[in-house]
Structures are given as C-alpha cells and as structure tokens.
Write a protein that binds this ligand. Sequence first.
Ligand code: ADP
Ligand code: MG
Length: 517
Amino acid sequence: MPSLPGLRRYLVVLGLFGALSAGVVLVQAEGLATLLTGGGVGLALIVAVALRVPLTLALGVVTGRFAAGAQAGLRLRLLGSSADAGVVTTQVTRGVDATTAYLTGYLPALVASVLVPVAVVVLLFSADLTSALIVVATLPLIPVFAALVGARAKARTERQWALLTRLGGHFLDAVRGLPTLKLFGRARAQAQHVRLMADAHADATLGTLRVAFLSSLVLELVATLSIALIAVPIGFRLLNGSLTAHTAMLVLVLAPEAYLPLRALGAKFHAAAEGLTALREALATPLRARRGGTATRPVGPPEIEFRGVSVHYGEVAALSEVDLVVGRGEHVAITGPSGSGKSTLLAVLLGFVEPSEGKVLVDGVDLRELDHAAWLRDTAWLPQRPTFFSGTVAENITLGSAGDVRSAARAASLEDVIAELPEGHATRIGELGAGLSAGQRQRVGLARALARTDAGLVLLDEPTARLDRRTEQAVLDGTRALLPGRTALFVAHHPALVAAATRTVPLVSGRVPLGVR
Ligand code: ADP
Ligand code: MG
C-alpha cells in the first residue's frame, strides 16, 4: 500500500512539537511545585505558561495545512482511480473528510503520548523513585484497556464504513436507474431498500458511539485510580517526614501529566478510526493506468493517419480496419447511419478508446506515445452530448482555462441565449446542464470548443443535431468560423455542414468503403 506523501516529514515536525510541549509540561510542574511550597513565581513558570497557547495555535496551523494538502492529493488520486463510481463518490466526499480527525487529532496525540510520558517518567525517577515505579507500572494499563475496547470498536467501524460505501453505490445505481424503475413501478420498492440500508448504517454508527463512550469511561477510571495509588503513599510519607514538600508537590502535579496524553489519545482514537479506515481504502484503490506516453508535438494543425484501426466492444465490431489519412488543415466530414462507428472514430482519435488492432499516427507519431493531456489541450472537441458541471455558464465554457467567454459566445451565436438568462453568463446551471434547453446546451458545448482558440485539431460530433432551424444556422456559422487554419473531423448530417468540408468520408458498419481514402 502506498503511503501518504510527506507523512515522514509531518511526523518529524509533530515530534518537535511533542518534545517542546513535554519540556513545557516539566518546567511548568517544577515552577508550580516551587510556587505552591512558598518559593514564589519563577520566570521559568511564566515562560512555560505563556508558551502553551502559541504552541497549540502553531500546532493547529501545521496539522491543518498538512491535512488539507494530503486530502487534496487523496481526492485527485481517487478521481483517477479505476474504482466503481459509487465507491469513489463516497470516498471523495465522506471518506476524505473523515481523515481530518486522524491527521490533525490522532497523529499529533499519538506522538505526544509517547514523548510526554517518557519525559515525565524520567523527571519522576530523579525526584522520587517510588512514585516513578508506580507510574511505570500503571501507565501501560491505559493502552492495554484501550486496545481491548478498541478491538471491538475496530470491527464496528469497519462494518459501518462498508455499509456506507455500499449505500453510496446502491444509491447511485438507484438514481441512475430511476426512470426505468419508475416505468416498471419499482421506484417505491427501491426507496424502501435504500431506507433499510440507511437504517442499518445509523444502527452501526450508534453502536460505534456506544463503544467509544464506554472506552472513555474505562480509561478515565484507570487513570484516576493510578493517581490515587501515587497520592496516598505520598500523603503518608509527608506525614512521617521522609519526603520534602517540594518533591511531593512536584510528583502530584507531574503524575497526572503522564496519563493525560494517553487518555487524550484514547478519546481521539474512535473519531480517527473511521478516517484511518477511509485512508487505507483510498490509498489501496487501484490507479487507472496512465494514458499515453511522454512525446509532445509542436503546436498547429496535425496530420492524422488511421492505419488498420479496428475497435471491438466485446462481440460488436464498432470499427473494422479503418485506413484514413487526414492531411494538415484538411476538413473531413464523416457521414453514415446511426451505429456505423462515427463517434467511436472520434473517441479513438481523442485517446478515450484504444484500438483493438491497428494504430493512429499523429504527425507520424503513434497516438499512444503522445502525452495524452497535452494532446487533449490541443483539441477543440464537441461531443454528441456535451457534459456540464454545476457552475456558471461562463465557467462551463472556459472549463477553467483562460479562454475569452465573450468572443467564444459570440462565435457560437450564444449571445442571445446569454442575454435571455437571468444573470447573463454568470447564471448558474446545474449538472447535466439543468436550466438550459437541448439547443442551448449544444451551443454552450460549441462555445466551449470555440473558446479553445489555440487548438490545432477540431472534432465535432453532430453539432447540428437536435436544433431548431434558427439555432442550426447559428451553429453552422459558428462551426464554419472554427475551421480555418486547423485540421478538422466532424460527424455531419446537415448538407450545409457537409458542404463546409473539403472531403466527405462515409462510414458503413464500421468500414470505410473501398476507393475512399
Ligand atoms: P455512431 O456514432 O455512428 O452512431 P458509435 O460509434 O456510437 O456509432 O457506435 C458504433 C457501434 O458500437 C454501435 O453498434 C454501438 O452500439 C457500439 N458501441 C458504441 N459504444 C459502445 C460501448 N461503450 N460499449 C459497447 N458498444 C458500444
Ligand atoms: Mg455517434
């Protein structure tokens, strides 16, 4: 299992903080003992007390920063993983958030719970042997009891987490299949099923909480009894004069400090357990194989060659031995009936689908050897059904790059659409483009392609499908404006769009007919 990047350095920094706070505890105890036995307020005591707050604040900043960075990395990793969508959804949202308690609470407490008791015991040994021996004998009871209760809690946490992940996957499936379920009148039964699973999860959560409270109680009890074991003999020895008041005070102030970090650790354990389980799972999810190689190509329109490309989806042959050369700056219209493999051809060129046989050459270089991300950056693509994310129209057009929304919108004849929207291009739209009509979505998709002003390759999949006549004309104009100076492949039915091409290639059942090249 790969570990969290930067974890070792984080632990070292936590160690420094732990050592500092151990020092503060010792100096403070010594100062308090002196103060309480009539020695006055020492400078060391003032410094130690004054240091506590900035130390806690600084630790908060350090842990918060590390957690934020680590979680961003985890989310990226999960989104690039090949795990099931439902699992990824649960992990990216709940799971990664749950690691906060582990990273910012449990780990610092774990480091402190080693360093502080050791420092306290060392000082106790030099001050009073008997008390030191009692602390050494009783201190291990806390982790022992914690482990006993913890073993039970662990099983429960894992069950709780497994339930939640399954719930996420099931819920996603149910929502995806909702239209079908509704059609067959099964929606109610599914809702019942989701409710049952949610109830099971709630029960599991309550069970975990019960164990957590029980364990706190046990640990408090052990610590309190241990301190009583130390305090009672000290009282007697003070009475018969075999112990100075200063030493007695020092031991009484110091002894609880040895138990405190361990008790705090026990209290944080249960909150952290869920995070640790989630962290393990997130790090164990298999990464999707990285697409593409490292080769780069110069900017500008590419020359493309399909060489004997076949694509099989199981039994279905979507493309069969396609040979096709698209020259630099050429505009090729792909035509053919539905299911003839047009979208698959574009998907191969985008690197989303690997040819089962044959290869695609870009300027003579195998597409598989190109840096895939760079190749996509150099491509303006309008898919058959553009995908949207929740955000403003402008954000949906630029997709985070520095494209010029206004000129892209103008070129896609989107201006009148944007003018109709309540807040112009700052209008928020939902996932799946909620709030936009099919035609508007198509034009936002086209504007997205048009915003890629420096793309050398243009790929459009039926840009004029599902449009009314007026919009169709607007999209046609926008598409024609996109073509000059670039290599373009577009799937087209509309005669005007086909006419915009320099060449037409028909696809028939995944084949380019003989004679067409
Ligand atoms: P077109 O865009 O010309 O309508 P496609 O390229 O979408 O054609 O599909 C070509 C063939 O491949 C069709 O028979 C289709 O059912 C099949 N196909 C497309 N995508 C997949 C897929 N992801 N899994 C299985 N079969 C697919
Ligand atoms: Mg298609």
